[in-house]
Design a protein around this ligand. Structure first.
Ligand SMILES: [Zn+2]
Length: 350
């Protein structure tokens, strides 16, 4: 519990570290604010403090439009994220999280989703998945890692692993141990492209100058996977993917929805999903992407997620540039990035 004295002090200092820990109601305007609200301060005798947003709402107050005490990431949400991380191995339900955050279940869902981009449940599962992935690299035993990560039952995690990791946990261990990745190199207008695929989808689409370089890159990404050159003639599914990529580069197939089998953290997943919504022929800046995923201050993390993309074109990280119009970076060289952007623009105009 925070004392009234602390509340006054936090309000005086507009101390953002108290955001979410209590709310300031202004009875004359009928609104409530976070302690860091930049608005002019109301007279002291018009102010009431509330421990939770739910209490302020119960008192008939509505959220301030300026500091948006519910809709932006707040210390309470950050605190809740830490709490979920620390307790991810325990059974957590929404009611327990709401109690911890001092919010009603309804507000918890809404506030959390607005701030983090995931529901508390999805966030919890993403944390468990990350823990599992880390555990799998070190644990002696897959079952042990599954239980340690908080999933509880082996069968449930295998169901999830199918869609989230692409590979099953046993295979994911040691960089693709037990997975067979079939690969082929094809020519494109921007140089050689290697496609790597598991039986579930593409896990590797990268540019390179030679077959050897590309094979090295694939091996670095999946050191323990079994790599097999695609036999010729290529399987029908693989031919369709290659055809789709070529059509895409030729501008006749702007949307490139191919099955993916990739490894990603929850954050990368959000960035990469977002990148797939940037239309063909258009670009956005790193900070626009950060704002787009609801984390406007995460520009650098967005740039890192772009750089970590293993599936060029399908996840179009080449459509993200700097705010000042500079190209920024590209894992496969700025000349290629420039060429791809120009090519898309030209096709779009044509
Ligand atoms: Zn305010």
């Amino acid at each position: 519990m925070i004392s009234e004295e602390q509340c006054w002090k936090a309000r005086e200092d507009r101390d953002a570290s108290f955001d979410g820990r209590f709310f300031i109601g202004v009875v004359t305007t009928g609104t409530y604010c976070r302690p860091s609200c930049p608005s002019r301060r109301a007279l002291r005798h018009n102010i009431r403090f509330y421990q939770t947003a739910a209490e302020a709402e119960k008192a008939g107050l509505r959220p301030c439009l300026r500091c948006k005490p519910l809709d932006e990431p707040s210390a309470a949400i950050q605190d809740l994220c830490r709490y979920i991380e620390q307790h991810s191995a325990e059974p957590l339900d929404l009611a327990a999280l709401a109690t911890h955050a001092g919010l009603s279940r309804f507000h918890l869902q809404r506030t959390f989703k607005a701030a983090v981009g995931l529901t508390p449940r999805q966030y919890l599962e993403a944390r468990r998945m990350e823990k599992l992935k880390a555990g799998l690299r070190h644990a002696k035993d897959v079952t042990e890692a599954v239980y340690d990560s908080g999933f509880g039952s082996g069968s449930r995690v295998y169901e999830r692993a199918d869609t989230r990791l692409g590979m099953t946990p046993g295979q994911y261990r040691l960089g693709g141990d037990g997975v067979t990745i079939t690969h082929a190199t094809v020519k494109s207008p921007v140089g050689l492209i290697m496609l790597g695929a598991t039986d579930r989808g593409l896990c590797f689409v990268q540019f390179g100058d030679s077959d050897e370089d590309l094979l090295d890159a694939l091996r670095r990404e999946y050191p323990a996977a079994r790599l097999e050159p695609m036999r010729k003639p290529h399987a029908a599914g693989f031919r369709r993917w290659i055809q789709a990529l070529n059509n895409h580069l030729a501008g006749v197939q702007p949307g490139l929805a191919l099955p993916l089998d990739i490894r990603a953290t929850a954050f990368q997943m959000r960035v990469w999903n977002y990148l797939q919504t940037i239309p063909y022929g258009q670009v956005q800046s790193y900070s626009e992407v950060a704002a787009g995923i609801g984390q406007p201050s995460a520009t650098r993390a967005v740039a890192r997620a772009c750089a970590g993309n293993t599936v060029a074109l399908v996840i179009p990280c080449h459509r993200v540039i700097r705010d000042n119009g500079d190209l920024g970076g590209y894992r496969w060289g700025l000349a290629r990035k420039r060429a791809l952007i120009d090519l898309e623009r030209a096709k779009r105009r044509a």
